[in-house]
Design a protein around this ligand. Structure first.
Ligand code: CA
Length: 229
C-alpha cells in the first residue's frame, strides 16, 4: 500500500506528539511542523497527502494558512482537516469556509481522528487508501500489490504501480509532468521530469500483453492521461 504522508501543523508539543503517534500507528507517515513557516517549507519540498492543521498557531493562524493553500494552484487540492479547541458554530463555519475538508474539536479520541483521516483520504485522495480499484478492464489491489488486466497478471515495479494507481483513481484528466511528480513521487524538485517518461514507457510495456497500453495516453504539450477514448 502507498503510505500517505500526513503533515501535522500544531504548536503544542503534547498534542503534536499525540497526533504523530496515532498517525504512525495507522501506518501513515507523520511530518511534523510547529508553525506555518515550517509547514510551508515542508510543502515546498514535497506535497503531503493530507494536512492536519491546528486553528490557533503562533503568527499565521491555521485558517489563514488554509486560505493561502487553497489560493495556490499547486496546493489547492491537498485535503485539510482543521483542529480546533472551540466548539462554537461560528468557528466551524469559518473553518469550512477557509477551505478545510473537515474539522475536529479538541479533545478528540484517536479513533475519531483516524476515522476522519480515512474518510477524507477516501474522498479526496483515493489512491492513498487500500481499496481495490477497477477501471477499463484493469483491477489493482493495493493490499496485495497485484494488478490484473483483462485476466492477465501484470508485473509492475513500485513506481509504475503508484503511477497506475494514481491514473486509475484520476481518469480522464490530463496531468503535466510537474503535477505527476508532485502527486505520485511527492517531490517536484529533486526528480527530473524525463524520469516520468521512463516510467510511463515501462507501464505501457507491462500493459501491452493485455492490449490496454493505449489507456496511458500522451497529450502533446501537456502531459499524460488515463482514458479509453
Ligand atoms: Ca495551537
Amino acid at each position: 500500500m502507498t503510505t500517505a504522508n500526513i503533515l501535522l501543523v500544531e504548536d503544542e508539543p503534547a498534542i503534536q506528539e499525540l497526533l504523530a503517534f496515532n498517525v504512525a500507528q495507522c501506518g501513515y507517515r507523520a511530518i511534523q511542523a510547529f508553525d506555518v513557516p515550517a509547514a510551508q517549507a515542508e510543502i515546498n519540498r514535497a506535497l503531503p497527502d493530507l494536512i492536519l492543521l491546528d486553528w490557533m498557531l503562533p503568527g499565521t493562524s491555521g485558517v489563514e494558512f488554509a486560505r493561502r493553500l487553497r489560493a495556490d494552484s499547486r496546493t489547492r487540492d491537498i485535503p485539510i482537516i482543521m483542529l480546533t479547541a472551540r466548539t462554537e458554530e461560528h468557528d466551524k463555519v469559518l473553518g469550512l469556509e477557509s477551505g478545510a475538508d473537515d474539522y475536529i474539536t479538541k479533545p478528540f479520541s484517536p479513533r475519531e481522528l483516524m476515522a476522519r483521516i480515512r474518510a477524507v483520504l477516501r474522498r479526496r485522495a483515493p489512491q492513498m487508501t487500500d481499496e481495490t480499484v477497477r477501471a477499463e478492464g484493469i483491477e489493482l489491489s493495493p493490499t496485495t500489490h497485484r494488478v490484473n488486466a483483462k485476466g492477465v497478471n501484470v508485473e509492475l515495479g513500485p513506481t509504475e504501480f503508484r503511477l497506475l494507481h494514481f491514473f486509475m483513481t484520476h481518469t480522464e484528466r490530463v496531468y503535466s509532468r510537474t503535477q505527476l511528480l508532485d502527486q505520485v513521487w511527492g517531490d517536484h524538485v529533486f526528480v527530473e521530469e524525463r524520469t516520468i517518461d521512463v516510467h510511463i514507457r515501462r507501464l505501457r510495456q507491462a500493459l501491452e500483453p493485455s492490449g490496454l497500453d493505449n489507456l496511458i495516453q500522451t497529450v502533446r504539450g501537456s502531459g499524460y492521461r488515463f482514458s479509453k477514448e
